[in-house]
Design a protein around this ligand. Structure first.
Ligand SMILES: NC(=O)c1ccc[n+]([C@@H]2O[C@H](COP(=O)([O-])OP(=O)(O)OC[C@H]3O[C@@H](n4cnc5c(N)ncnc54)[C@H](O)[C@@H]3O)[C@@H](O)[C@H]2O)c1
Length: 438
């Protein structure tokens, strides 16, 4: 499999590379050394150590490996990962970086959304202090979107900003969160309410890591791919409609369980096109996102399109107490937006049907067919309406949605709350009917 390379070119003139391919983790050392020739030449391997403040010995967790206090030091790289991904991939990332002459440390946080907190960020700051990480330090985010958002946030605020490399290991992180420079933490007032915009130095999506990704996480990525294709329209949308079934194929899932990596998967004839489809889907989604980010780095307009399906999805997630997987919620949000668009902006009903078929072909069936009754019963029109108002994208008490009238034809619109309520009641009735039929 040939590695595909893309470049994000920002309005500011800044740019960074994204690579999508097999075996990229093992090449990180070489790529990073190539990327930062100035710093690498200056600092690796023999620049004098910068004076450090005394480390705070009270810092407890996460526990870093201790720095070498010798007078000479190489450029320092800190890998941040979680406790699921670390045991699988940390060793090879550490090894490649050490082989390239970097001084490498690692910090592991608990897996899951709760790590996107000020408390965990603060523990990481303490650890970076202990490790004496200076302005030339590099943080490497090895994991899914949680690790990416957390490490990205810490990198963008440590010493007012150090470089961050994103190594996404979940499909969602590969197609969405690792690209674009949006970082975020959750606070008690809501999800992703604290964050920064700061672009990564480099992004490498190693397809081999998908071999260990649980199926439910796979679905989360597929939903974001669907969103991107609908908003992008054109070739991407047409391609996804043709390849949706291949991407969702159960055979692929069992293949992922049975083959150690995508190289092995490729060697198996019948799976060859499968691996290519996955790579293509990621490359197309990343190209789309890179194009959007290039034009609107800090979400002042165009970038809002990335929220397609997300207004309803966030309401579903909150009303379910985050029991619903994000991808399932996004898929349902796309369904909701596609129907609302018929009335709100005159979209053809046939386009809503087409989106429904696309989601089904990707294996993203309606929630009422896949979710447990206890979770579903909490999702009433009233509770969802209230949650929508709590969404951070509500402006001046207005309910705003990204709606599409055709593939690639989208707009952000303020929708009359009464109309939203009517559609929420339709949605609730349809859900109840499906539950009865199940
Ligand atoms: N910054 C952005 O632009 C942006 C965009 C979309 C989503 N997000 C954020 O991304 C987060 C969701 O990301 P996610 O879905 O990757 O969740 P995640 O990071 O929690 O990963 C999901 C689970 O899969 C595990 N995992 C990841 N890769 C694995 C692998 N290769 N093998 C085995 N297990 C693996 C993780 O340990 C975790 O348990 C949310 O916090 C969301 O807000 C950010």
């Amino acid at each position: 499999m040939t590695t595909q390379r893309l470049k994000v070119m920002l309005d500011t003139g800044a740019a960074y590379d994204i690579r999508v391919g097999s075996g990229l983790l093992a090449k990180l050392g070489t790529h990073l050394a190539e990327l930062r020739p100035t710093q690498a030449e200056q600092l690796a391997p023999a620049a004098p150590s910068a004076p450090a403040d005394q480390p705070d010995s009270s810092a407890q967790s996460p526990q870093p490996t201790q720095p070498d206090q010798s007078a000479q030091r190489a450029q320092r790289v800190v890998i941040i990962t979680d406790e699921n991904v670390g045991p699988l991939y940390l060793a090879q990332v550490r090894e490649t970086l050490q082989a390239a002459g970097f001084e490498v440390f690692d910090l592991t946080v608990p897996a899951g959304e709760t790590s996107k907190s000020l408390e965990v960020a603060s523990e990481l700051y303490d650890a970076l202090g202990l490790l004496n990480i200076g302005r030339d330090g590099v943080l490497v985010a090895l994991g899914g979107g949680v690790v990416g958002d957390l490490a990205g946030f810490v990198a963008s605020t440590w010493l007012r900003g150090v470089a961050c490399v994103q190594l996404p290991t979940s499909l969602l992180a590969m197609v969405d969160s690792s690209v674009g420079g949006k970082t975020a933490l959750n606070i008690s007032a809501g999800k992703n309410l604290v964050g920064t915009f700061r672009q990564p130095l480099y992004v490498a999506a190693d397809l081999n890591t998908l071999a260990t990704l649980p199926d439910a996480e796979w679905d989360n990525g597929l939903a974001e791919i669907a969103k991107s294709a609908i908003i992008d329209g054109g070739e991407f949308y047409a391609w996804l409609r043709e390849n949706a079934a291949a991407l969702a194929a159960r055979s692929a899932r069992s293949a992922r369980a049975n083959f150690a990596n995508f190289a092995a998967l490729r060697a198996h004839d019948t799976q060859d096109s499968m691996a290519d489809s996955i790579q293509q889907a990621i490359v197309r989604a990343v190209s789309f996102k890179a194009g959007v980010v290039a034009k609107d780095e800090t979400e002042t307009g165009l970038r809002e399109c990335l929220n397609y399906g997300h207004t309803f999805a966030h309401a579903l997630e909150m009303a379910s107490g985050f029991a619903l997987p994000h991808g399932r919620a996004v898929a349902e949000g796309i369904r909701f937006a596609s129907h609302l668009a018929v009335e709100a902006i005159g979209a053809p009903a046939a386009f809503a049907d087409q989106q429904e078929k696309l989601l089904n072909a990707l294996g993203l069936a309606p929630l009422a067919r896949t979710c447990e009754s206890e979770v579903l019963n909490a999702l009433t029109a009233d509770s969802l309406f209230d949650r929508m108002y709590a969404d951070k994208k509500v402006r001046g008490g207005q309910l705003r949605f990204v709606l599409a009238s055709a593939p690639g034809e989208w707009q952000t619109v303020t929708v009359d709350p009464d109309l939203v309520k009517i559609y929420l009641i339709y949605w609730e009735q349809a859900r109840e009917q499906m539950q009865e039929q199940a």
